[in-house]
Design a protein around this ligand. Structure first.
Ligand code: SF4
Ligand code: SF4
Length: 385
């Protein structure tokens, strides 16, 4: 039984790869070279790009430091279907509801008017062909038409919408070109009415601003139907500090937390545990589910254990998803079977609670793949002994 579950994961992936070869013809090599087919997933899952660049130029945004521009979005060079095939080809990727989490919206705004149709078609195709938990983050106002389409595409509502709102009063300075927060609260309300579990995405927390606004912000989100809240710290570079200052933001509480000189486009995460504690107390008092990581919101929406195994660390806030109760079975034989499939090697393994120990030598690249794939399929931490 366990063995057939594992084999179905792997054979679904093989089928998708065969389909990609069949339908993409001479484009297959181009797809194989794409970042979606190669990059290692981040802790919150595999980031999926619909576009490059973003015209909103939020003052705290770090995409410029990553080499992207505050310009009109350029559609991603692969079509939606090609992107889905590229994801399937990724050696770290496992398809299915218990597979790799997919996160849309890290280097652009996925519902910008110029690209939202591509985003919707990508979501539809991921759902149809891969079936993985999907999450998106947005600052756009999603109108009725978009939400109806999402509802039709995601009948089981297993998509996690993160609606970013970090300020009410300083919106003009921090996000001068985005729709105002009021419109985003409307988005939360509409999503909630349609049965989704919208999350207030309070990232980045901006010290010096959040203390003043937190009550209002949380109350509004709750009143409009937010199901949970995900918080995240501010990441700054020299450029971001300059932009904040030029916008007239008091950066004293930010600068006093930077304990070293920053190199050119180096990013530094501002410590915000004090603010997070305050937000948690207030959010839970209201009845919002407090989460410390975006992957937990995705897990909660999909009803599966967290992809980045937050339940094994202090990040877990013991939300109703109760990941430990949903862990797949992991026995030595199944773990060996996956390793043999990936490496053609039979090695000793041990499974202890949330941990898997692998006794074998692999190249650095193979080791990395084995680690990610085992952790995804079995939702356990993987150690090489
Ligand atoms: S909307 Fe997102 S990607 Fe666009 S500028 Fe703002 S923070 Fe950056
Ligand atoms: S139970 Fe813990 S790890 Fe799982 S989704 Fe909830 S907060 Fe995250």
């Amino acid at each position: 039984m366990q063995s057939s579950r594992i084999l179905s994961f792997l054979s679904n992936k093989e089928k998708l790869i065969a389909e990609a070869r069949r339908f993409t013809g001479s484009n297959f090599r181009r797809i194989l070279r794409d970042g979606h087919a190669r990059r290692r997933p981040r802790p919150c899952g595999l980031t999926v790009h619909v576009a490059l660049n973003c015209p909103f130029a939020c003052t705290y945004c770090y995409i410029e430091d990553m080499g992207f521009k505050f310009q009109q979005p350029i559609k991603y060079p692969l079509s939606s279907l090609e992107t889905v095939y590229a994801i399937a080809l990724n050696p770290y990727f496992i398809p299915g509801k218990m597979g790799t989490f997919l996160a849309i919206g890290s280097i652009s705004e996925p519902f910008h008017p110029a690209i939202y149709e591509n985003t919707l078609s990508l979501i539809r195709l991921i759902n149809e062909k891969l079936g993985n938990p999907i999450q998106f983050s947005t600052k756009m106002y999603l109108n009725e038409g978009v939400i109806i389409k999402l509802s039709e595409q995601m009948k089981d509502r297993s998509i996690s919408p993160l609606i970013t709102i970090v300020t009410l009063k300083y919106h003009d300075k921090l996000e001068p070109r985005t729709p105002p927060p009021e419109k985003r609260f409307e988005t939360i309300e509409k999503l909630s009415e349609r049965g989704f579990k919208p999350t207030l995405f309070l990232r980045p927390i901006i010290p010096g601003i959040i203390e003043e606004e937190i009550d209002d912000l949380l109350e509004k989100a709750y009143e409009h139907g937010a199901y949970s809240i995900v918080v995240g710290s501010l990441r700054v570079s020299n450029k971001i500090i300059d932009r904040l200052m030029n916008a007239g933001i008091d950066v004293t509480s930010i600068i006093e937390r930077i304990n070293k000189p920053l190199k050119a486009s180096e990013q530094f995460t501002i410590e915000t545990s004090k603010e997070k504690k305050l937000i948690r107390e207030k959010a839970e008092k209201l009845g919002l589910i407090y989460l410390q990581s975006a992957c937990c919101a995705n897990a909660l929406s999909a009803g599966v254990p967290c992809y980045s195994l937050c339940f094994t660390s202090k990040i877990c806030t013991k939300c109703p998803n109760n990941c430990p109760s949903k862990l797949p079975k992991a026995d030595e034989e199944s773990v060996q079977e996956v390793i043999r499939f990936l490496t053609f090697k039979l090695v000793d393994v041990e499974v202890k609670g949330f941990d898997i120990y692998v006794y074998g030598h692999f190249s650095k690249k193979k080791r990395s793949q084995v680690k990610v794939v085992l952790s995804t399929i079995f939702r356990r931490r993987v150690y090489f002994a």
